[in-house]
Design a protein around this ligand. Structure first.
Ligand code: AMP
Ligand code: ZN
Length: 494
């Protein structure tokens, strides 16, 4: 069955088809790099990552482009406050964003930086002016004339029929009920970053960036455009107006929006002290895999209420999956095959696919894999698993992990990176005892642990008890619990 996806433009779930055979061109609005990314941002970025991974699993080649907004009002203000150039300021946060995205298992899209496309943006404005879709004001700024685009409001379903021609707003984010001519290009104010171009000196507006870079990278019409729900209006509405009025073609065919994340039932805000960056959570001792798992556990169109209880549960869920895999890979099983396990593995793969095909129902896909783990664990306990059952069960887990990406245990090294960063920037006091423990004891990946256990077993069989005892002591000190069972050695993290 084909993927069915909600399209904000039609307000319906539609069957997804790409324009080019087996090839998806998608654009996601990226971060404004003026601060560390918060978990709300990452909810949206993880949702897009999941879509990308599932499209690939479904057989598509995915061209995924994301902008980096590296010039805007906030950036200019903060850079001036810190006495550094815009570029110095944004380089630091772009790096942090990419590190955080990798930490949480996001595959990197092709990046497009606003400041590297200034000439194309100025040219785009010039073409709009030529068609009388934009005009210049006395200070040298340019505005889009929305009265020239009668479909304005079609994405956000707002009725702007009574708009006044020529009313203007020059802020990138503005009152949601007003429709006014928005700034395409801003004339420089005293001391602001600006570029010299054929349309004059200035800098691009935020909406213009995304139109220009997406079409440059993906063509005038591409398959899908994504972002958080707050971007529907005005940002995406403005992108459509600029692009479609110029090309006369559909800009993006599917509009994908992730619902906002709440924290303990409240809107996240710095003043409410419920505002968390990804690094804040790791400093508290939570694993990147737990955070990713939690962010994927609620389908992207449902409200995700982030809670610390939920995060702890996510940690347990990931642990159960990893332990199950380790039981399969380290156990010893009699030859042969069991019908029950073969069928279970096959049905689980089908259920996961059906769930994700259904507008990316991640909760159902996770439920399917946990049913498999529960039932297979029971059969494992009863000694009913046969050697030939292992491959299909592992394959089902692998299929799950191509999308969810939590099985590989590299939490230790990632947490160590955050630990080192906190020390290097003077945030020692924010390092929790839990993170300290994890870093000092952990740092061992699943593969490291399995290698040490194999060495320990080999030493024991060779009756070299000094070596086997030393290895066991080392693992115990690292918080690894080792049990000898009739299926062989099993382990889990404390
Ligand atoms: P920004 O860096 O503010 O431009 O935001 C980057 C992305 O994060 C955009 O797609 C936003 O829509 C999204 N975003 C911001 N806050 C939240 C939130 N609380 N929940 C989900 N997505 C968010
Ligand atoms: Zn955008």
């Amino acid at each position: 069955m084909a993927l069915r996806l909600y399209n904000t433009m039609s307000s319906r779930i539609e069957e997804f088809h790409s324009l080019r055979k087996n090839e998806v061109r998608m654009y996601a609005c990226g971060p404004t790099v003026y601060d560390y990314g918060h978990i709300g941002n990452f909810r949206t970025f993880v949702a897009v990552d999941l879509l990308r991974r599932f499209l690939r699993q479904s057989g598509y080649t995915v061209h995924h482009v994301m902008n980096i907004t590296d010039v805007d009002d906030k950036i200019i203000r903060n850079a001036a406050r810190d006495g550094v150039t815009v570029q110095q300021y944004t380089a630091k946060y772009e790096k942090a964003f990419l590190e955080d995205a990798a930490m949480i298992g996001i595959e990197q899209p092709k990046l497009a930086r606003a400041t590297e496309h200034i000439a194309q943006m100025a040219e785009f404005v010039a073409r709009l002016v030529e068609k009388d879709l934009a005009y210049r004001t006395d200070d040298g700024s340019y505005y889009f004339r929305i009265a020239k685009f009668p479909r304005y409001g079609m994405l956000s379903k707002k009725d702007f029929s009574g708009i006044r021609d020529g009313a203007r707003v020059d802020l990138d984010e503005y009152d949601k009920d007003s429709a006014r001519d928005f700034a395409l290009w801003k004339a420089p104010k005293q001391g602001e970053a600006a570029w010299d171009t054929p349309i004059g000196r200035g800098r691009p507006g935020w909406h213009l960036e995304c139109s220009v870079m997406s079409m440059q990278e993906l063509g005038e019409t591409f398959d899908l455009h994504a972002g958080g729900e707050d971007l529907i209006f005005p940002h995406h509405e403005n992108e459509i107006a600029q692009s479609e009025s110029l090309t006369g073609k559909t800009f993006a065919r599917f509009w994908f929006h992730a619902r906002f994340l709440l924290v303990e039932g409240e809107k996240m805000s710095k003043s409410a002290e419920n505002f968390f960056t990804l690094r804040d959570l790791v400093l508290k001792g939570y694993k990147p895999s737990s955070i990713r798992y939690l962010l994927t556990s609620v389908p992207y169109r449902n409200q995700l209420n982030f809670t610390f209880d939920g995060l702890k549960q996510a940690t347990v869920s990931v642990e159960r999956l990893r332990n199950f895999r380790s039981r399969l890979t380290t156990g010893k099983f009699p030859g042969g095959t069991s019908n029950e396990m073969q069928t279970l593995a096959r049905e689980t793969v089908d259920r996961m696919q059906a769930a994700l095909d259904d507008d990316l129902n991640t909760a159902q896909a996770q439920a399917a894999v946990f049913d498999m783990v529960r039932r297979a664990n029971a059969v494992l306990d009863a000694g009913g698993i046969r050697h030939e059952d292992i491959a299909p069960l592992l394959a089902a887990l692998g299929k799950f992990d191509e999308i969810f990406a939590v099985l590989n245990d590299d939490d230790g090294p990632k947490m160590k990176q955050v630990f080192d960063w906190a020390q290097s920037v003077g945030y020692e006091k924010d390092i929790s005892a839990e993170l300290r423990d994890a870093v000092h004891s952990g740092g061992l990946s699943d593969a490291d642990i399995e290698k040490k256990i194999a060495e320990m077993e080999a030493a024991r069989r060779a009756r070299n008890f000094k070596v086997s005892d030393a290895l066991r002591a080392e693992l115990t000190a690292a918080g690894i619990v080792i049990e000898n069972t009739k299926d062989g050695v099993r382990w889990h993290r404390k």
